[in-house]
Design a protein around this ligand. Structure first.
Ligand SMILES: [Zn+2]
Ligand SMILES: [Zn+2]
Length: 347
């Protein structure tokens, strides 16, 4: 079968490798779609402690089960499923207590477990026992179903920040996750939504996801001043930074309201630490937190929201490439011209 093998940093080769063997506790998925994520690009350029080449990455996956071992009950041959990234080990303190994103082993598809940039992918026992393996029914397209993974991360981010009906929110960074947060803010019944973005292209792409939001072009308007002015100096209930920028993180703490929440969602790599006056947090009695990844129940919620067209997964897909063109898919993602790129091994 064909696979895009990450052989070393910045070296990915599409080549023939043996199809995975299916043990009695395992299943094999025929990958129909695997969306490209910013973290795939980071792994490609900089590597990751949990990724050991030669391997196959890709963690926003959907496909059809083509083999299932005789002990497997979770899936059967023919099932159409979406697969998420984070796989709780099921055994450590965090997993036993429902907080698998903090799992000690921190397993993930496309990291320790081979991912979706290949024709067939193994669903191992841990994934089948505890991981995000969600049926998608007969009507949902595989391309849309693949986007349940990033949507699950957005859901986890809003859930941990205790976001709820009637609250105000500011989203900094309108890439795919920012746009998903926008749609979710609408679903949550947010009272006011500010959406900020530096690049003009992405600001324009984002408008359709929640036309009633107040869009702020950071190039043109000073973000903190604008939000504070338009909220009578109060700030917003929740600020989420999906942008991986120190400035975004610092601004978020400046414009959250008293007793509000800040979710530092975008991870920072090779950047200086934040420089903030901790008295801001002290006197605001605000909650500064972070979130990463998702739990299997978020993945199920995400599939449900996409199935019901509450979240318009098809709006995010800007380009589709075959596995042979995976390099073009990565280049397109990095060009930031669109939102999501999907790789289809069967194309
Ligand atoms: Zn992802
Ligand atoms: Zn665990």
């Amino acid at each position: 079968m064909k696979a895009a093998v990450l052989e070393a940093l910045e070296k990915m080769t599409v080549k023939e490798i043996p199809r995975p063997d299916c043990g009695p506790d395992e299943a094999v998925l025929k990958v129909e779609a695997c969306a490209v994520c910013g973290s795939d690009i980071r792994i490609y350029h900089y590597g990751n402690d949990r990724v050991h080449p030669p391997t196959v990455i890709g963690h926003e996956v959907s496909g059809r089960v083509v083999e299932a071992g005789h002990n497997v009950t979770r899936v059967k041959v023919g099932d159409r499923v979406a697969i998420g990234a984070d796989v709780p080990c099921g055994r450590c303190y965090w997993c036993r207590n429902g907080m698998g994103t903090n799992c000690k082993l921190n397993y993930a598809t496309g990291y320790q477990f081979e991912g979706g940039f290949q024709e067939y992918m193994l669903l191992n026992r841990t994934t089948l026992d505890y991981g995000p393996v969600t049926p998608i029914g007969d009507t949902l397209s595989f391309d849309e179903a693949a986007l349940a993974e990033p949507l699950a991360c957005a859901l986890n981010g809003l859930e941990l920040a205790r976001f709820s009906f009637g609250r105000s929110i500011c989203i900094i960074g309108l890439g795919p996750i920012g746009c998903m947060m926008l749609e979710l803010a609408g679903i949550y019944g947010a009272s006011r939504v500010f959406a900020a973005q530096r690049s003009k292209v992405r600001l324009e792409l984002a408008r359709r996801f929640l036309p009633g939001a107040r869009f702020i072009a950071i190039e043109k308007e000073e973000l903190v001043d604008t939000v504070m002015e338009e909220t009578d100096g109060e700030g917003v209930d929740l600020v989420v930074t999906t942008a991986s920028s120190v400035k975004a993180h610092e601004d978020a703490i400046k414009m959250v309201r008293h007793r509000g929440w800040v979710n530092l969602f975008g991870g920072l790599k090779n950047q200086p630490p934040l420089c903030i006056d901790s008295n801001l947090i002290h006197y605001k009695e605000c909650f500064v937190m972070g979130s990463h990844g998702s739990l299997p129940h978020h993945h199920e919620q995400a599939v449900g929201l996409i199935l019901e067209k509450k979240v318009h997964a098809n709006w995010y897909i800007s380009e589709v490439f075959g596995l042979d063109d995976i390099q073009s898919a990565f280049d397109y993602h990095e060009s930031r011209k669109g939102l999501k790129v999907v790789v289809k091994p069967g194309l």
